[in-house]
Design a protein around this ligand. Structure first.
Ligand code: PBG
Length: 331
């Protein structure tokens, strides 16, 4: 970037262009619209589990009917996409994760329900085994090891069923090596060539996922941690290599996750590759901001400001639990 030329004071007065709302609007460098938002929702099959998630005040586990209503709400607010996360019956979670590719698992029922209700709402899904795994991991586990290649086969089965159910965008969040190429090849082979992949390419082993694991009922289950597959928060170069690899394997879009502590990665990814770049403002980020707002420590403007930060960092869009609230504020 050329270095900006500022006339010396008093010729240069930067406050001239901040004088009133219209002047500020004229020189605003970034915008935030509902089109920049993807709304993650939780859908449960467990009677009694619907309702507010304690560590994510304001976010609810929905029934299938609730998912239909959320789809209507998204459409009304011009939010282009929702992302579905399943909360499955604890008793149905097994070590072989077989329910992950059951066409009638709660995630797949939700895809069909939403597509029936609002056919052109973009439906994104999550590809990872954790919602159906007895031990809470994203991959198959044998003797304490998270198996890479065997997990990919399971993910492919899971993905094809989701595509059959009408998913528009698959979001592999598992961080196994080689999964993007395997998914892309399987989609081509099975007549799903237009199903897009938004790879959770730069996904860090983060403490900010805590409330999400409560939301999907995985907190008490996780054996150990996810550090053998998710990226060390200290590593920027590795994150860039993950994104390069996933794009080369056929990802259409890429994601950085979490968001706010990783805005440097967002900027680097956008500058380096120019591909459609998304960030996930994860459950822990939501909990911090929402918790502070509810305590009266922050104003509601913090929501919009946090999302604008992603836009400034080069993101095309953000997965955010604030999506419907912010879309309402922007309307
Ligand atoms: C699971 C998955 C996680 C999130 C999205 N997909 C949790 C994890 O990796 O443990 C977290 C999202 C959030 O915290 O909002 N593969």
């Amino acid at each position: 970037m050329a270095s900006p030329i500022i006339a010396p004071f008093p010729a240069g007065r930067l406050r001239r262009l901040r004088r009133n709302a219209n002047i500020r609007a004229m020189v605003s460098e970034r915008n935030l619209t509902p089109a920049n938002l993807i709304w993650p929702i939780f859908v449960t099959e467990v009677a009694g589990a619907e309702g507010e998630i304690a560590s994510m005040p304001g976010v609810e586990r929905l029934t299938l009917d609730g998912a239909r209503r959320a789809a209507e709400r998204a459409a009304r607010l011009n939010i282009p996409a929702i992302c579905i996360f399943p909360h499955s019956d604890q008793a149905s979670r097994t070590d072989d994760c077989a329910r992950a590719w059951d066409p009638d698992n709660i995630g797949n029922l939700a895809i069909r329900a939403v597509k029936e209700e609002v056919p052109d709402l973009v439906v994104m899904t999550d590809i990872a085994l954790d919602p159906y795994n007895a031990n809470g991991h994203d991959g198959l586990v044998r003797d304490g090891e998270i198996l890479n290649d065997e997990t990919i086969e399971a993910l492919v089965r899971m993905a094809l069923v989701q595509a059959d159910c009408g998913a528009d965008i698959l979001g592999p969040s598992d961080m196994m090596d080689g999964r993007i190429a395997a998914l892309r090849a399987a989609l081509e082979r099975h007549d799903h060539k237009n199903v897009a992949i938004l790879s959770y390419a730069a996904k860090f082993a983060s403490a900010f996922y805590g409330p999400f694991r409560d939301a999907v009922g995985a907190s008490g289950r996780l054996v150990g941690d996810k550090k053998t597959y998710q990226i060390n928060p200290a590593n920027r170069g590795e994150a860039i290599r993950c994104v390069a690899r996933d794009l080369a394997e056929g990802a259409d879009m890429v994601m950085v996750k979490p968001g706010m502590p990783y805005l440097d990665i967002c900027r680097a990814v956008k500058d380096e590759f120019g591909a459609p770049t998304f960030a996930y403002q994860v459950s822990g980020e939501y909990a911090m901001i929402e918790g502070a707002i509810r305590n009266g420590w922050l104003s509601r403007d913090a929501m919009v400001e946090s999302l604008l930060g992603f836009r400034r960092a080069g993101c095309d869009g953000v997965l955010s639990y604030f999506a419907p609230t912010v879309a309402e504020m922007l309307a």
